[in-house]
Design a protein around this ligand. Structure first.
Ligand SMILES: NC(=O)c1ccc[n+]([C@@H]2O[C@H](COP(=O)([O-])OP(=O)(O)OC[C@H]3O[C@@H](n4cnc5c(N)ncnc54)[C@H](O)[C@@H]3O)[C@@H](O)[C@H]2O)c1
Length: 428
């Protein structure tokens, strides 16, 4: 009898994958790059991909193997920077796309990094704390040959957090023989983490949202907000909008979708999620609705803050919001982008809207190198300034070229990356 073997996901092609979405975004920006277009192929090829096997001993004595990835998309402007995701649907294509969006994002807000991303194909909810720690440490050791404070600096992403970063920092440091706080960002404050980092991505989404609302003549106070994903990004963004007087009327997470026409009590919902792991069963909700109905909720601002490829040609036309703030990376497909533009919906793209996290990661890295730490007010003020300046610059390009904010952000970012590539020249 022939034995059946599991084929690693990187050998199984999937249509309409995140990398093909990214490639289409690059095709859309190419006509706007002038003479730099001759370098555009460099953006379509990740510089380096490392696929690793991550074996661990389970608590019951069995051995489990997981697929692990670290992709360094482009390092023309500086060391690699980008999160690490633990999710059962992680694929090579996804990590490639996420690494490329990091290249674009870092250049769009002008922090001196290239783009990178990592991930493990695992549902971390199926692991004990001990198993999670062993998997994180083995993964860090495996990718240790290409990461480092001056080479590539991981950070949290979906299902990873300060604890994950602490284990990564410790593992890298043990292998190096000296404490290297600057190898990851998003660390606990006690290990060289930065004040304000935990809230930074959500705060950036909020600042971008305020700028966009100003351009649309919309008041934040009383605005109706719907949020998909209630984790680090979506939860914090919802809290800040609610504190500013907006009504968070719908929230969806992996468990379900809840609504309240008069606005959910966000603080109470955060406490419920911290306790139960999901928004499902929240006593303060008016109703729960089928997941597909989320896109048709009556709202002014929609914040996708979960996973990529959520807003597609199937649901884009149903969206009633005037502004979409992309907290997640890659939540909107190019076809959906076209439908939304036709319908007059302003999409503030991921590479700007969620750049607050990497911006404060940059502050953390700088603080670690100088061993001198800033106040939270200082960090939030600098973050707000960078976000506003980046938004204004991209808004201007969008007006000048009559293109979407996404294409405008890609014009600004790709120009910076390709200028760096050109002036450095090709080696040898
Ligand atoms: N954490 C950061 O600093 C950061 C920075 C930039 C971008 N992002 C992006 O933001 C997004 C969310 O990241 P996070 O750090 O908040 O992750 P997280 O793990 O803290 O939260 C993820 C949320 O998404 C929900 N979710 C998962 N699958 C879902 C599904 N199928 N439908 C609806 N909801 C679902 C989860 O229930 C959870 O509420 C990701 O796209 C990530 O790449 C995160």
């Amino acid at each position: 009898m022939t034995r059946q073997h599991d084929i690693p996901s990187y050998l199984v092609p999937k249509e309409n994958n995140p990398w093909s979405v990214y490639l289409e975004q690059i095709d859309r920006v190419t006509p706007h790059l002038g003479a730099l277009a001759r370098w555009v192929e460099t953006l379509k090829r990740p510089k380096r991909i490392l696929i690793v096997d991550v074996p661990i001993e389970r608590d019951d004595g069995s051995i489990a193997h997981f697929e692990g990835y670290r992709v360094q998309h482009n390092m023309s402007r500086g060391p690699g920077k980008g999160g690490v995701r633990f999710h059962q649907d992680v694929t090579l294509s996804e990590v490639m796309a996420l690494s490329a969006w990091m290249t674009v994002k870092n250049a769009a807000v002008n922090v001196p990094y290239g783009g990178a991303k990592g991930g493990i194909r695992v549902d971390p909810r199926t692991l004990s704390q001990g198993e999670l720690q062993r998997m994180t440490r083995r993964y860090t050791s495996e990718i240790g040959i290409i990461i480092g404070p001056n080479k590539d600096i991981p950070a949290p992403d979906v299902n990873t957090n300060e604890q994950t970063m602490a284990w990564m920092m410790d593992t890298y440091s043990m292998n190096q023989g000296s404490t290297a706080t600057g190898v990851v960002t998003g660390k606990p404050i006690s290990l060289g983490g930065s004040l304000g980092r935990r809230d930074a991505t959500g705060r950036g989404v909020y600042v971008a949202g305020c700028e966009a609302a100003l351009k649309c003549g919309m008041q934040i106070e009383g605005a109706r907000v719907a949020v998909q994903g209630f984790g680090n990004v979506g939860g914090i963004a919802a809290r800040l909008f609610s504190e500013a007087g907006a009504l968070v009327v719908a929230v969806q997470d992996h468990g379900g979708t809840i609504v309240h026409d008069g606005g959910l009590d966000v603080e109470a919902l955060l406490a419920h999620v911290a306790q139960t792991g999901s928004v499902v069963g929240f006593a303060g909700a008016e109703d729960s609705i089928a997941p597909e109905r989320f896109w048709n909720v009556d709202c002014d601002i929609l914040i996708p803050a979960a996973l990529e490829q959520q807003i597609t040609r199937e649901n884009a036309a149903q969206i009633r919001a005037r502004i979409i703030l992309e907290g997640a990376n890659g939540p909107t497909t190019p076809e959906a982008d076209d439908i939304l533009r036709e319908n007059g919906v302003l999409v503030v793209p991921d590479v700007i809207a969620n750049a607050g996290g990497v911006t404060v990661s940059y502050f953390e890295w700088v603080q670690d190198f100088s061993s001198f730490f800033w106040s939270e007010e200082d960090i939030n003020a600098r973050l707000t300034r960078i976000m506003r300046d980046a938004f204004a610059a991209i808004w201007q390009v969008a007006q000048d070229k009559d293109v979407s904010l996404r294409t405008a952000a890609f014009v600004v970012a790709c120009t910076r990356v390709l200028q760096a590539r050109e002036v450095r020249g090709l080696y040898p």
